[in-house]
Design a protein around this ligand. Sequence first.
Ligand code: GP9
Ligand code: MN
Length: 618
Amino acid sequence: MGTKKNMSVSFVLIAIVLLWLKTYTVYKFNFDIDIENKMQEFILFINPLSFLMFVMGLGIFMAGRKQKIFVVATSFITSFILYANVVYYKEFSDFITIPLLTQTSNMGDLKSSVGELVGWTDIIYFADALLILALAFVKTPKITFKKYKSVYAAAFYFSAFGLAFFNLGLSESERPELLTRTFDREILVKNIGTYNHHIYDAYLQTKTTAQRAMADGNQLTEIENYTRAQYKEPSKEMFGAAKGKNLIVISMESTQNFVIGQKVNGQEITPFLNEFIKDSYYFDNFYHQTAQGKTSDSEFLLENSLYPLGRGAVFFTHSGNEYMSLAERLKENSYYTAKLHANNKSFWNRDVMYNNFGYDRFYSLPDYEVNEENSVGWGMKDMDFFDQSVEHLKAMPKPFFAKFITLTNHFPFELDEEDKFIDEFDSNSGTLNRYFPTVRYTDEALKLFIEDLKAEGLYEDSIIVIYGDHYGISENHNKAMEQYLGKEITPFVSTQLQRVPMIIHIPGHEGKTISTVTGQIDLRPTLLNLAGIDTKQDIQFGADMFSEEQDNFVALRDGSFITEDVVYTKGVCYDKATGEPTDGASCEPYIEHAKNELSYSDQIIYGDLLRFYEKDEE
Ligand code: GP9
Ligand code: MN
């Protein structure tokens, strides 16, 4: 600490400030972090500081030689971590995570290109550490290597804590539920900083590693017996109905089923889908089963026919697990597999997870031409996304499995004037009001996409599956929803609102509405059976939606469930016919069943049990 007589600066403080400024400079020059306003810039600027104070700050408890060694070593180690991220980012436009490092294909890519990524001039990234090293040898009264008095040390750490909380508070207000809900690594780093991101990542890793270590293969045997007993024979007529055809699956952002066939202000909300349904299979009792991981949870359900987790996003927490993905099974059967979504590839940790699922290709942001004109709200407009995607489809080997994820109909449901084909609703919820025109917009985008597929000769060779990923209108908007639906929203109605559209179009097949109670968990077996791929031996919790043995049972992630006759939610059993609470006895037998389903699925994920799976010889 400085005194008036002899002004000197603490060696520890110099190191902190240098590293802090360097980190911020690297943020600006080496990472492509999208800054939308001054507050975000400010958060980005302060976010390295608390970590550096905590770690480098330990130097204030030491003096002289000890302090010098500690500060110099910490400077180099921290610089190295930052530099490793710079190198990694050059190649992958993403930040390092532990699962990424252990994924061999990624590392292989990195090793082969490391020569091109690293150069002598990179020494500049260590300039501050070298300066610190030099200062350690300089004898000047201007720098002090003293230990802090305990009162100063306490004040120092008190400030570090304060700063950390201040940083988190600002981030929370910029990005609510940052650590549990939305998981874009870029947003995470932007808010908590690159160093804290590593700590957070290490925490997730330790937790999963411990749970995984405690698991053993016997657990899987019990679960396997359970899922085998649940297996439903596919319908003879539908098994292989799409064999050899391309499989185009479209996940519609935030689209709930209540808009299908309905109007707002006397105008149809989904005119295209309403027509498309007429010559497709339409499942009108199909539920989303997602939780905090939203879109990524729906993708997880589709790929694995496993339930997502109750807390956090499994795409983030268990991306290193062994899975039996839909993509992998299709690939084994000579499909080319691709994901198409015009967003940051690291959003929801997709780049890592898709790699694990075995996708051949992920067409993400850099594969699209995105500009001011063709963007709104969250990014590229659906119409342009589909339009540019057709070119990608044309380039794919056939048959392909192409999975699309739309974006425009995402909260806060913004739209340019020229894209509003219908008027907003008029209620106290701006969200619900805007929802209708954005749903209508995506409907139009789908219409144009299908026209394009026809023009390119892809339509007749493809089966097209369209479904909603999760709800768009949360319970916060119940008042406005009551106004639109013209009825009270009880927990029963809320649960029914979790239905999302589900449409399967197969060339040459006539349209049919199927009202079996089904959910996203059923997608994997249904699609594989349509492709003529048997799933009898697979561990999955869903069943073919065309099966005559379908049990009309869907469990939602919160333990609610729906059968042919009842809806069970928040501990109350409702009669579907009346929507009124009924005798608990009608729900009783299923309560255990729902619990078992969810807990078996959780056990698979927490224990990474599929690594013990062995296929029986037939
Ligand atoms: C982002 C998109 C939206 O890429 O999939 O995710 P959500 O917020 O709906 O989970
Ligand atoms: Mn979504």
